[in-house]
Design a protein around this ligand. Structure first.
Ligand SMILES: N[C@@H](CCC[C@H](N)C(=O)O)C(=O)O
Length: 301
C-alpha cells in the first residue's frame, strides 16, 4: 500500500474555499495510456459538437467522471453539462465530476468537483484516491459550528455534539463535522437499524434544513462495536450514494466525540468497508480504502 497521500485539508494547500490543491499525487495514473490522449484539446464530432475525454473511477461504488483539466484553470464543462453527464440513463452516469486543474504554489494539481446536481462541494474523499487500495491523509476535522457551517448552537467548546435537531417533527441527536465539506452525523435512528431507514424521504429534509446554510451531507450510523460502525449516507447534491469518504471520516470523528467508538474503526458503507483512523498525535483523519478505474472514453458535449 502506498504511503498516505496528503489530502489538502491544510491551509497551506488551499486557496479558494471550493478548491483543494494536491501534492504527492500521481495524477497521470488516473489517465491511462491509450489511443485517447486525454490532455489533448477536445475534438469536434461529425455534428460539430465538442468531445470531452474522461476516465470513470469509483471508490466502493461512489463513482466519478474524472476530467484532465490541467491545461486550463476553468473546468472544461459547465455545472449543467456535468449534471447531464452524471445522469444514469441519459449520460455516463456518476455521483459527480472531478476536474484536475493546474497546480499552484508548487502543488501538482488543483481539484474541483461538481455534484450530480451541478452544485459544487468543497471536498471529496473518494476523489483523492489513487488506483488500488490506498491510505489518504484527510487532514483535520473542523468542529467549530460556524465553520462547518451550522446554525445549531455550539454545546462542547465551539462544536455541536449530540445536539437536538427537529426534522419533520422528529427530534434527532446530531453531531456536526466538516471534513472540508459539511456533515451532520446521527446515531439516533429509531430502532437502531440503518437498513430500516427511508433515506430518500428523510435525507433531503436534513440536506435542506434551515440550520445548514450550505446544505449538508448526512450520515445515519449504527454502532456494532467501538471499532465497527455501519453507515448510510445522503449526500448533498447527489442523494443516496454507495459510499462517501468524507462522510466515513466525519462519522468516526462524531462517534469518538459522542463516546460510541475508538479512534480506529471499520465503517461499513453500502458499497463496502473503509478503515478510518482519527489520530490523536496530529489530529488528522486517515482513510484507507479502494479506488478502481471503470472505463475511459469520449463523450460529445
Ligand atoms: N462522496 C464524496 C463527497 C462528494 C461531495 C458531497 N456530495 C458534498 O456536496 O459535500 C466523498 O467521498 O467524500
Amino acid at each position: 500500500m502506498a504511503e498516505a497521500i496528503t489530502a489538502a485539508a491544510t491551509t497551506s494547500l488551499s486557496i479558494k474555499p471550493s478548491t483543494r490543491h494536491y501534492q504527492l499525487f500521481p495524477l497521470l495514473h488516473f489517465f491511462p495510456n491509450s489511443s485517447i490522449e486525454l490532455s489533448q484539446k477536445p475534438k469536434l464530432s461529425a455534428t460539430g459538437s465538442r468531445y470531452l475525454h474522461f476516465v470513470k473511477y469509483h471508490g466502493l461504488g461512489n463513482d466519478f467522471i474524472l476530467v484532465d483539466n490541467r491545461d486550463s484553470s476553468e473546468p472544461k464543462i459547465t455545472p449543467e453539462q456535468a449534471a447531464k453527464l452524471c445522469d444514469r440513463n441519459f449520460g455516463i452516469g456518476a455521483d459527480g465530476v472531478i476536474f484536475a486543474l493546474p497546480g499552484i504554489n508548487g502543488t501538482d494539481y488543483t481539484m474541483r468537483i461538481f455534484n450530480s446536481d451541478g452544485s459544487e462541494p468543497e471536498m471529496c474523499g473518494n476523489g483523492i484516491q489513487e488506483d488500488g487500495k490506498v491510505k489518504v491523509d484527510m487532514g483535520e476535522p473542523v468542529l467549530k459550528a460556524i465553520d462547518v457551517p451550522t446554525k445549531l448552537a455550539a454545546n462542547k467548546n465551539d462544536a455541536v455534539v449530540k445536539s437536538e435537531l427537529v426534522v419533520d417533527g422528529v427530534t434527532w441527536n446530531v453531531t456536526c463535522v466538516s471534513m472540508g465539506n459539511p456533515h451532520c452525523v446521527t446515531f439516533g435512528i429509531k430502532g437502531g437499524q440503518v437498513d430500516a431507514l427511508n433515506l430518500a424521504e428523510i435525507g433531503p429534509k436534513f440536506e435542506h434544513h434551515e440550520v445548514f446554510p450550505a446544505r449538508t451531507n448526512t450520515e445515519f450510523v449504527q454502532v456494532y462495536s467501538p471499532s465497527h460502525l455501519k453507515m448510510r449516507v445522503w449526500e448533498r447534491g447527489a442523494g443516496a450514494t454507495l459510499a462517501c469518504g468524507t462522510g466515513a471520516c466525519a462519522t468516526v470523528v462524531a462517534a469518538v466525540l459522542e463516546g460510541h467508538a475508538e479512534r480506529n474503526c471499520t465503517v461499513d458503507l453500502p458499497g463496502g468497508p473503509l478503515e478510518i483512523e482519527w489520530r490523536e498525535e496530529d489530529n488528522h483523519v486517515y482513510m484507507t480504502g479502494p479506488a478502481e478505474m471503470v472505463f475511459y472514453g469520449s463523450v460529445p458535449l
